[in-house]
Ligand binder design. Structure first.
Ligand code: RIB
Ligand code: CA
Length: 325
């Protein structure tokens, strides 16, 4: 009986999703992986996901295909970052492992309606999750918690305001963030504190498992891409693999902007409750009015700081364990 946390991963397997999946398959009890159009088209994200489970020696983990496009708008992918196929320059063969016939959304609904011991990790646009909530509204009381890579307390990447996963499907994100399901959000403000390095690449490259060799290729893809050399999704999953990797977080009110001419896809995080109450540390240096605004009712636990050294330690330890079988 595994004492590892049981999870479903919903992802749009690109480079950082792939590393995150390798981390989860060794450290968590992954009961299934659902895929969505995002970084690249669904045909590629589902194939990449099956490929990663094969490389990890975990073809027992079922992989499902979900929606190819967002709720309302056409898919704007990130092939300019992840390459046309989604895994950079890695040539992904057609995996032997078959795709499940069941639709991802039906798997999500069936699992959460029948089990109490599974949590949800999302690493891509929230399209599948939104469809599941629309199809089965009772899920809002059945999904214990969602750990999501998405958003930012500061600026975005897809636009100055919006992080990619939210930007691709803001309506889906709004629906999920307003659902009342407990959410942990790992945004760009935290993931930018993690940097891929050649030193870590060299250590992983020296390991002899197929998983480590894939991880090394993923590192190489990130190398030399300033601003794109962090593994956002790997940072997110670390919160449930080793909680000390996310070394500071705060409960905040977070809303998703869907209408803004310049801010569509922004996660507006209300930090007013955290405003300094001493002039010398208040970054606005404005006259503080009392009482301080307490901000709106928090609905999301937001990651604020990431321990890069601990991230690297957990990553290297996991990759070593792939060599041990
Ligand atoms: O903004 C980073 C996120 O968008 C990551 O999940 C990456 O894989 C892309 O989906
Ligand atoms: Ca992703």
């Amino acid at each position: 009986m595994s004492d590892k946390r049981k999870v479903i991963i919903d992802c749009d397997t690109g480079v950082d999703d792939a590393l995150a999946i390798l981390l989860c398959l060794k450290n968590l009890d992954v009961v299934g992986i659902t895929t969505v159009g995002g970084n690249v088209g669904l045909e590629n994200t589902q194939r990449n996901t099956r490929y990663v489970t094969e490389v990890a020696g975990r073809t027992d983990v079922p992989v499902f295909a979900g929606y190819a496009r967002p709720l309302l708008v056409p898919l704007q992918d990130a092939s300019y970052v992840h390459g046309a196929g989604g895994l950079g320059n890695i040539q992904v063969p057609e995996p032997q492992k078959p795709l499940e016939k069941q639709h991802a959304v039906d798997f999500l609904i069936e699992t959460f309606m029948t089990r109490d011991d599974v949590s949800l990790i999302t690493l891509g646009p929230l399209t599948n999750i939104a469809h599941a909530l629309l199809k089965e509204p009772r899920l809002v009381h059945r999904i214990p918690e969602i750990l999501t890579m998405g958003g930012s307390t500061t600026w975005g990447n897809a636009t100055p305001a919006a992080e990619f996963n939210i930007f691709v499907d803001p309506e889906a994100a709004k629906l999920v963030f307003e659902s009342g399901i407990p959410i942990r959000m790992v945004g760009l403000n935290a993931t930018r504190q993690q940097r891929a390095s050649l030193e870590v690449y060299e250590q992983i490259k020296a390991m002899d498992s197929p998983a480590a060799q894939l991880a090394a290729k993923l590192f190489l893809d990130r190398e030399g891409k300033p601003g794109r050399n962090s593994f956002c999704d790997a940072c997110a999953v670390m919160w449930w693999i080793d909680s000390q990797v996310i070394c500071k977080s705060a409960m905040m009110h977070v809303v998703v902007e869907t209408q803004g001419e310049f801010t569509r896809g922004m996660t507006l995080c209300d930090g007013r409750g955290f405003q300094a109450n001493r002039r010398e540390v208040d970054m606005e240096h404005e006259k503080l009015y009392e009482p301080l605004p307490k901000g709106l009712e928090p609905n999301v636990e937001v990651a604020l700081e990431l321990d890069q050294a601990r991230f690297t330690q957990v990553l290297l330890d996991t990759m070593r364990r792939y060599s041990e079988g």
